[in-house]
Design a protein. Structure first.
Length: 310
């Protein structure tokens, strides 16, 4: 029996539109027609099935593994804490106690009856944020005196705040740590200071604080850059970075100790020219992105590609 040579009547349509009358017509055609119809239906079903599951290897990231292929979580949970025989670790007790509070019941909390006093006590130490958190306002009286030798008026520097700032050093540094270190938004930082620290700030005021910090810390930034450029081996790479909704590039140059970050509009030679002020004398390790193999870092001795080991 050769089913491949069988044909169906032109009026017969396989699939969801197949009627009972058409099915009987196929049956009347004989065994070959029935077999051909079943094979045709099987082919249609195979084409409608989703593509085969991707091949999963030990190197496949967890997010790329379909949930239907992931093993079920083990229902057995380990007992919390360290294993038996290991010394436990807990938060150290504060060395300073600011206040002491006595707690004693007047009557039994269950039956409300009188209590017989004993000498038994236990101590519990707690730490908390002060109930009333108020900013410390300082008025600085700055004396301006005359220097006969320099022929000009001189005055001392107020070390408790950045130059020209109305906020002190701690108020300037903490928001910067929350934003750049922990990723908090301007509105979140303003809410924390307004509602919890009772210190009124604005998003514009925060930006001005960070500009002042940038001016103070820029000297250290240049020192880190100089140390990186003086390294015997320097690793360099770049990744996309959004600035005001536009694509910029975050460049990273790191060695054993220093790590220098630079945000630039360019992903090519102009950005490298701003970092490599002169030809780099060490070994530059890159992923062989074109601009890193040409000027201005052409004096570098590229190491083997860290991606493909070529």
């Amino acid at each position: 029996m050769t089913m491949t040579t069988a044909t169906l009547p032109t009026s017969v349509s396989l699939g969801p539109a197949l009627t009972e009358e058409q099915a009987r017509e196929i049956f009347r055609q004989g065994e070959e027609a029935v077999g051909f119809a079943l094979l045709s239906l099987a082919k249609q079903l195979a084409e409608q099935q989703p593509s085969a599951a991707p091949v999963v290897t030990p190197a496949t990231p967890s997010a790329m593994v379909p949930s239907l292929l992931k093993p079920a979580a083990d229902g057995r949970r380990k007992r919390p804490g360290r294993k038996a025989g290991h010394r436990g670790v807990r938060r150290p007790t504060p060395e300073r106690v600011d206040r002491q509070v006595d707690h004693r019941l007047e009557h039994c909390p269950t039956c409300q009856g009188p209590l017989t006093r004993t000498q038994q006590t236990r101590t519990r130490v707690t730490e908390d944020i002060p109930e009333q958190i108020a900013p410390v306002v300082a008025e600085h009286t700055i004396h301006r005196d005359w220097c006969p030798r320099c022929q000009r008026a001189v005055e001392p520097v107020v070390a408790e705040a950045p130059p020209g700032a109305a906020s002190g050093n701690r108020t300037s540094v903490l928001p910067a740590g929350l934003h750049y270190g922990l990723g908090n938004t301007l509105s979140q930082i303003v809410a924390v200071f307004d509602h919890h620290l009772t210190l009124k700030l604005t998003p514009g005021g925060l930006i001005q604080m960070w500009y002042r910090l940038q001016a103070i810390l820029f000297a250290w930034y240049l020192e880190i850059q100089a140390e990186a450029l003086g390294s015997a081996v320097l690793h360099g790479d770049e990744t996309g970075w959004r600035v005001n909704g536009k694509t910029h590039w975050l460049w990273c140059f790191t060695s054993t100790d220093p790590t220098d970050f630079m945000i630039d509009r360019s992903r090519g030679s102009p950005a490298l020219a701003r970092f490599f002020r002169e030809e780099f004398a060490g070994t530059l390790v890159t992923d062989f992105w074109g601009p890193t193999t040409r000027s201005p870092a052409r004096g570098a001795r590229p190491a083997r590609c860290i991606c493909c080991a070529t």
